[in-house]
Ligand binder design. Structure first.
Ligand SMILES: [Zn+2]
Length: 462
C-alpha cells in the first residue's frame, strides 16, 4: 500500500483549478505522489497527519526560465547590470563564465534550487548554456544529481552557442560548440533523463541560447530532432536582439522564428519585452508561450510586457526569475510580487492590470502548461501533491486573511514559506531543507566559488 498523508483542517486551500475554488477548513488526502481527495473530515486511518489549521496552501510554483550556474556570480557591483547595456554586460561577464567547471555547476544549481524550494517553487526549468573547456558535456548530469538530492522536479534546457565571435557572436572561443556536438548531446540527454510520464521528476528541453549567438542551422536541426523525440523547445527572444536580426536576416526575430518553424505549442520564449502588438497575435495564434521574467526588465530598465494585451491575444504567459547575473536571487515569490507591481505601474495607460491572483495563476497553471504538463499546476484530485504552505497565524498578516487568492503578490508575501511538498514528499519545513545538511553544503559551495572564480578575479570580487 502506498504511503498516505493527510493535511488536516487547512485554513484555506487555494486550488487554482478552472473554477478558482478555495476550500476553507478542509483536508487534503495524499496517496503516494497524488492528491486523492480534498474535503472536510476525511478519514485519518493509516495516514501520517500534518496539522494545517494555521496554513494557507497554494499549488507549487513553476519556474519557466533560469540560469542556475549564475548563482556563483551574484552581488557584483563591479559588473553592475542596472547601469550598463546588455552588450557591455555580456563582454564583462563571459570571461567569468568561461572559468566555470562542473563543481561550480553542481553547487550553483544546489544554491538556486534551494532558494526556489524555500520560496514555494516545486518545478524548475533551467536554461543551461554554460559549456566550458573544463565542463565538457556534463553540466546537466551534475544538475540532475543536484535536483534529485533536493527533491525538486527539474526540466533541463540543453542550451548552446555555435556561432564564433569572428562571425558576430558575443561568445568566447572556448565556449563555442558545433551543431553536431550539440545534437549528439541532446540525444544522449533524452535517453538518459527524459521522462514524459505523470509525476516525472526530470525532463529535457532543447534550448539554443539565443538567435544571434548560434547558426540558423543549429536552430533548425535542434527543432527537427525535438519534434522527432517529442521534447519541447525554448530560447531567448525579444530581449534587445531585434536590430541585429534585422541587419543579419532582414527581419525581426519572431518573423525569423516563424520562417524556420521555431514556433508552436511545444515552444516557449523568455522575455519578449521587444515584442510588438501584432507579434502578440502571432504568438497567440501559434500557441507559443512566453516566460515573463520581471527582474531583468525592471533592473535593466527595459520595457515591461503588456500582459493584459498578451492575454487578449491568447498568449500563455508564465513566470521566470531568470538567471542570477540579472536577478540576484531565485525567489519566485519575489518575482511574482515584482511582476505584479510592474504591471500595476502601467495600469492607467493600458486600461488595467492583472490581479494578484491572476499573476499567481501565471506562476502555477500557466507554468505547467508552458512545460507541457497536466499533472501539476493546480490542487485537484488526481494531480501531483506539489504545494506550499504559509503560516498565517502571525501578526504581520492580520487583516489580510479574508482574500487568500490575492494575498501573496498583493501583500508582499515573499519570505520563506512554512512547508514545501513535491509529489507528496515534504522537502522543506520550518526553515530547514529536509534532504541535505545545509550548513555543510553552504560552506562547500562558498569554497568552490572562491577557488574557481573569486580568487581568479580579485578586481571584481574584492
Ligand atoms: Zn535568460
Amino acid at each position: 500500500m502506498q504511503k498516505r498523508k493527510l493535511i488536516r483542517n487547512v485554513r484555506s486551500i487555494i486550488s487554482c483549478d478552472a473554477l478558482d475554488t478555495v476550500y476553507s477548513d478542509s483536508d487534503i488526502l495524499i496517496e503516494g505522489y497524488q492528491i486523492k481527495r480534498i474535503g472536510r473530515n476525511l478519514p485519518v486511518e493509516g495516514c501520517e497527519v500534518l496539522d494545517g489549521s494555521s496554513y494557507f496552501i497554494y499549488p507549487g510554483l513553476v519556474n519557466t526560465h533560469h540560469h542556475f550556474f549564475q548563482t556563483s556570480v551574484r552581488n557584483l557591483m563591479a559588473i553592475d547590470y542596472p547601469n550598463i547595456l546588455v552588450v557591455d554586460w555580456l563582454d564583462l561577464i563571459y570571461p567569468l563564465f568561461a572559468q566555470i567547471d562542473n563543481e561550480v555547476i553542481y553547487h550553483s544549481s544546489l544554491v538556486a534550487m534551494a532558494d526556489l524550494l524555500k520560496h514555494g517553487c516545486t518545478t524548475a526549468f533551467d536554461h543551461q548554456y554554460c559549456y566550458t573547456r573544463t565542463t565538457g558535456k556534463y553540466p546537466i548530469d551534475y544538475q540532475m544529481e543536484a535536483a534529485s538530492l533536493l527533491g525538486i522536479r527539474y526540466h533541463a534546457g540543453r542550451g548552446c552557442n555555435t556561432l564564433e565571435k569572428v562571425k558576430g557572436s558575443t561568445i568566447p572561443e572556448e565556449m563555442v560548440e558545433t551543431t553536431d556536438e550539440v545534437l549528439a548531446d541532446c540525444e544522449r540527454l533524452v535517453k538518459a533523463y527524459h521522462n514524459p510520464a505523470a509525476n516525472s521528476m526530470s525532463q529535457i528541453v532543447f534550448a539554443p541560447c539565443q538567435p544571434i549567438n548560434s547558426y540558423q542551422q543549429t536552430f533548425t536541426e535542434m527543432l527537427a530532432l525535438a519534434r522527432q523525440l517529442k521534447v519541447r523547445l525554448h530560447t531567448h527572444l525579444g530581449e534587445g536582439e531585434n536590430p541585429i536580426m534585422v541587419e543579419r536576416f532582414g527581419k525581426r526575430t519572431l518573423a525569423w522564428a516563424q520562417d524556420i518553424g521555431f514556433i508552436g505549442d511545444d515552444v516557449w520564449y523568455a522575455h519578449g519585452w521587444e515584442l510588438q502588438k501584432a507579434e502578440y497575435e502571432l504568438m497567440g495564434r501559434s500557441g507559443t508561450s512566453l516566460s515573463h521574467c520581471p527582474a531583468p526588465a525592471v533592473l535593466g530598465g527595459y520595457p515591461i510586457i503588456d500582459i493584459p494585451a498578451m492575454e487578449r491575444a491568447g498568449v500563455n504567459v508564465s513566470l521566470g526569475c531568470d538567471g542570477s547575473a540579472t536577478n540576484d536571487g531565485s525567489n519566485l515569490l519575489d518575482s511574482l510580487r515584482m511582476a505584479y507591481l510592474a504591471q500595476s505601474y502601467r495600469s492607467k495607460v493600458r486600461g488595467g492590470a492583472p490581479s494578484s491572483y491572476e499573476m499567481l495563476k501565471m506562476a502555477t497553471v500557466n507554468g505547467a502548461k508552458t512545460l507541457g504538463r497536466d499533472d501539476i499546476g493546480s490542487l485537484e484530485v488526481g494531480k501531483a501533491a506539489d504545494l506550499f504552505a504559509i503560516d498565517v497565524s502571525c501578526l504581520d498578516l492580520a487583516g489580510t486573511l479574508h482574500d487568500p487568492k490575492n494575498l501573496l503578490a498583493r501583500c508582499g508575501v515573499t519570505g520563506q514559506v512554512s512547508l514545501t511538498m513535491v509529489g507528496g514528499e515534504v522537502v522543506f519545513q520550518d526553515g530547514r531543507l529536509l534532504t541535505v545538511d545545509e550548513h555543510d553544503l553552504s560552506l562547500k559551495a562558498n569554497r568552490v566559488f572562491e577557488k574557481q572564480l573569486y580568487a581568479r578575479f580579485p578586481a571584481i570580487f574584492g
